[in-house]
Write a protein that binds this ligand. Sequence first.
Ligand SMILES: Cc1cc2nc3c(=O)[nH]c(=O)nc-3n(C[C@H](O)[C@H](O)[C@H](O)COP(=O)(O)OP(=O)(O)OC[C@H]3O[C@@H](n4cnc5c(N)ncnc54)[C@H](O)[C@@H]3O)c2cc1C
Ligand code: SF4
Length: 343
Amino acid sequence: MTGLLHHLLKTGAVDGCLVTRMDRERPWAAEPFIATTFEELCASQGSRYSVIPLNRLWSEVRQRPGRYAVACLPCQTHGYRNLQRRDPALAAKLSVVIGLYCGGSLEPTLAPEMLAVRGIPREALADFKFRGGEWPGQMQAILKDGQVRPLHYSNYKDGAYNYLTSLYMPERCQTCLDGSNEFADVSVSDAWTRDEKGDYKFKAHSRLLVRTPRGADLVRRAAEAGDIVLQDVSSDPSYRTHKLQTRRKGSLAPLRVDRWRKAGRRVPGYDRGLPEDATFKERLAERLSSALLRAGKWKPFRMAAMGFLTSRYAIPLVKIRLYLKKRKYARRARASAPGNQPQ
Ligand SMILES: Cc1cc2nc3c(=O)[nH]c(=O)nc-3n(C[C@H](O)[C@H](O)[C@H](O)COP(=O)(O)OP(=O)(O)OC[C@H]3O[C@@H](n4cnc5c(N)ncnc54)[C@H](O)[C@@H]3O)c2cc1C
Ligand code: SF4
């Protein structure tokens, strides 16, 4: 994403990019800002699994001259596309929407609570990384004295983060149906694609899904200028991922939206209804995940859970997860070996 934004800035196609970073004064909190230089863009790089009020920037854009690009989550794109219809002058200033995929964000209370649980005083903090270090990264506290303190065992993909989403996901995310930024010009996701042995095929790569002619034009120009490097994976046989996301947003969230609407709660309006083939198992899974998320609203519960998940007592849990994954991929490799294929 940063490569695409850099291309736009460098070529003068835009005067600024609406992006995010950790607040310099309060590094446990994230903030939106308009990047106008390469250095500022570099500071915005990386995923922040936290709700960040990007809407705050629209009034600034209205007042400033020039053209802009925005990097945003699917719900922020929905908001912007609605705004665009009502405010053509603002819409004319925004030249491209580069959208992140999104499986769900986390409440901004996560970072300060994690620091408290790990006994790190906020005053000692210089930066908070959601995915610091080697890809796929892990949550880290960077201290003012230069120390890098990992906040949990293992990495983003297998460590505590996986469980924290079950406690810290905001209500809005629990009703969200858009995982792939359907209204962006280009959608960008992690490339979690694995080979048959279970090893990642594209470490530290991002996957681009071009959605509009404007997006296609940007990607082509950025590649021609050498600001991004492209590899076509459209016909890759192991291009099967985001299964969990499809389940969460394709079946669990619509069930929840329907249930909440019937209960008189406010829910987003979608042009998509309830899946007709929702099974008993899916309805039960939705109820269970909703119950856990409700429990996460109670601070003593989520702090106790966080204390466990980020402690050494959770290491066996992560190791079992890794073992099960390894076994699954070994089974797949055996099944796809020559001789085991159906004739
Ligand atoms: C909350 C969240 C959930 C995500 N869920 C998934 C998922 O389920 N599956 C998947 O494949 N990918 C998901 N992503 C996207 C993924 O983590 C990468 O951000 C994406 O692949 C782009 O990586 P990159 O290295 O190309 O981007 P980079 O070059 O690192 O740029 C990232 C851009 O995203 C912006 N950004 C970071 N955090 C936020 C935020 N909270 N709100 C708005 N803008 C932000 C930054 O300002 C920056 O411009 C999610 C990202 C976030 C923030
Ligand atoms: S899950 Fe949906 S509502 Fe939540 S941050 Fe992602 S796009 Fe927005």
